[in-house]
Design a protein around this ligand. Structure first.
Ligand code: GLN
Length: 356
């Protein structure tokens, strides 16, 4: 170790920091609103760098300029800003619901016999590695893994059961199947169809492939809002229980597994960077939705349909990043956090040098 580095570390060790109260509350509502408002303006600047999904033709009709957030704390007032009430399709955010129901209905072992629990480091619709003998999908939050989960669910539950459960856990009776998006995706889903047939050839999917594909695509085509996602997130934050009426939606073990996988795999091949920058377990969807869980603190739903290269909401990610530390939502809240240090350019430089 270089001498200067040694000196620096020695010097660091002499600084005493105040003890942080782990049970901190969310910042007071009007202050939080101000912080989110400011973050929304910064996030809007990102929109021109992204684009709405076009590989599902119906999604290309979305207005990329929309941005909304609902932050629903377990303690404190719900904060809703921008397009928080606009309906959009859940897309891959529904993979969290499928996982929850599969863990509850089929059990842990059957689920993880079909899918792994590791990040893939690859695109959400990747087929790479799937053909390697004895391999199974990396995790249930990518397309191949979710299709495998659907194969397990299909004999147990109907789409109507899933729709009812989603309405309840999102506290949103208005959730419907968006038929236009469903039809549009069914006509263009050759990649998912290939994945599903490959999974069948490996014995991972034993149900009818076309039925499984339809079930999966219907789940992706449910129309939600940022507010409905915040409601779902709040139940996950509270270990599967609604903090208002005490109703349990899943075991705390299922909630823990879902949150852990959201942290490690929820943003596809952007999961690691997002965890460093934002530190909030989050699941994205190409409809522009983000479901975030600040454990024991709040559920957050975001909507911003302009996507980055990984298919995650570009403005939504920026928005979460801006508020995560200031509102102490980050899982690894950093009391010494300095905006300048965590600038994108620094991270990019470090990644380029393979420091991380
Ligand atoms: N329905 C989409 C698909 O299967 C979901 C992908 C996503 O949201 N990332 O391609």
């Amino acid at each position: 170790m270089a001498d200067s580095m040694h000196e620096k570390l020695k010097e660091r060790a002499t600084i005493t920091m105040p003890v942080i109260d782990k049970h901190y509350e969310l910042i007071e509502t009007s202050k939080a609103k101000e912080i989110i408002d400011r973050a929304m303006n910064l996030a809007r600047e990102e929109i021109p760098k992204g684009a709405v999904a076009t590989y599902i033709p119906e999604l290309s009709k979305m207005d990329p300029h929309q941005l909304g957030i609902c932050l629903y704390p377990l303690k404190g007032e719900k904060i809703c800003l921008g397009d928080y009430n606009t309906r959009f399709t859940m897309q891959s955010v529904s993979k969290v619901v499928m996982l929850i129901v599969a863990l509850e209905v089929c059990g842990l072992k059957p689920v993880f016999r079909k899918v792994g629990m590791e990040p893939s480091g690859e695109a959400f619709d990747s087929l790479v590695e799937l053909d390697v003998s004895d391999s199974k999908p990396y995790n249930p939050l990518i397309n191949s893994g979710a299709l495998a989960v659907c194969g397990l669910l299909l004999p147990e539950v109907s789409f109507q059961d899933m729709l009812r459960y989603t309405r309840n856990i999102c506290s949103d009776p208005g959730i419907e199947l968006n038929e236009d998006v469903f039809d549009s995706e069914m006509k263009t889903c050759s990649r998912n169809r290939s994945i599903a047939y490959l999974l069948q050839s490996k014995g991972i999917i034993t149900t009818d492939v076309e039925d499984t594909l339809r079930f999966y695509t219907k789940m992706c085509s449910m129309n939600v809002t940022a507010e409905s996602l915040a409601n779902l997130g709040k139940k996950l934050a509270n270990d599967g229980v609604c903090n208002i009426d005490g109703k349990r939606f899943m075991s705390s073990r299922t909630a823990r597994i879902a949150k852990t996988l959201m942290l490690t795999c929820g943003m596809y091949d952007g999961s690691g960077t997002f965890a460093i920058k934002v530190g909030i377990p989050t699941k994205s969807g190409v409809g522009g939705g983000l479901l975030s869980v600040s454990d024991k603190r709040a559920g957050i739903g975001v909507f911003g349909p302009a996507l980055d290269a990984q298919g995650n909401s570009i403005a939504g990610c920026k928005l979460l990043r801006e508020i995560s530390n200031e509102l102490r939502l980050n899982l690894f809240y950093d009391p010494e956090w300095n905006k300048e240090d965590s600038d994108d350019t620094v991270l990019k430089e470090m990644q380029a040098k393979s420091v991380m």
